[in-house]
Design a protein around this ligand. Sequence first.
Ligand SMILES: *Cc1c(COP(=O)(O)O)cnc(C)c1O
Length: 294
Amino acid sequence: MDANLQNIRLQSLTRSITGKIQMDVLRTDLLHPVVSGNKWFKLRYYIEEARLLQKKTIASFGGPYSNHLVATAFAASAAGMKSIGYVRGETPHVSNPSLTEARNYGMQLYFLGRTEFAVQKRTTTHSEDSYFIPEGGYGSKGAAGAATMLQTIDSRAYTHILCACGTGTMLAGLIKAADAGQQVTGISVLKNNTSITDEVNALLKEDEKKKKFQILHGYHFGGYARHPATLLACIRTLWEKEQLPTDIVYTAKLLYAAFDLEQQAYFPEGSRVLLIHSGGLQGNRSLPPNSLPF
Ligand SMILES: *Cc1c(COP(=O)(O)O)cnc(C)c1O
């Protein structure tokens, strides 16, 4: 898949609130302007398998603002395959940037009502010609791909690794890649997504389940894609003070949580904290124009 891993770098945050810990951000958003961050990593082994099996088409599922579908469309086209996206919800009257982008990468979109979508998702399997990737890239191949995010840097010196989570696939990958002593913490961006712990565990082997990890449910800001004024203020401050762009759905909630946890002394003095910037900046396009300074 056509993306440049060399673009990924670490950014040290200049301000820790207490001055007692060090926080660095792994900028996987710099991977590619459209298919940034964790989506590419989660897809890489699915695409590799589809290629080995000489499939002609990749099919997957997502909501109408799905970063995953856009990334799938891109990855399929880069690998010389066709793509099909099943979109949850009736055909929208107006398209949106995500759907337009997916179409631009050649993805054929089918809009399904909620019930039909659920049925289609349950019944779709690989066929002779097409390879099926689960919604959000959730699955062991997705987690294995996400684990390689930590290979882009030397991550051993960090005491804590934090990421945002939706399906928990990236979190599962980071747990797999983490050393036994490292604490891995997921910030759930969905409201009351209590089944996520089971879903993460389902991707882990027995010895990986014993590693130190935790999912926090107090930073969803009202639910998926909700972005109250406090979150937007956090995004502006991060840009002004750190030149760090974040998105309303995932990474701003992660950064907000990290500072809040620091204030609550979640990180012992001297901790070295790695925050995974998982991309998703295109999600900010759903805001009114000029809402943000970047
Ligand atoms: C999809 C996405 C996530 C969530 O990843 P999961 O593996 O589903 O938990 C986090 N951050 C960004 C930017 C994303 O696009």
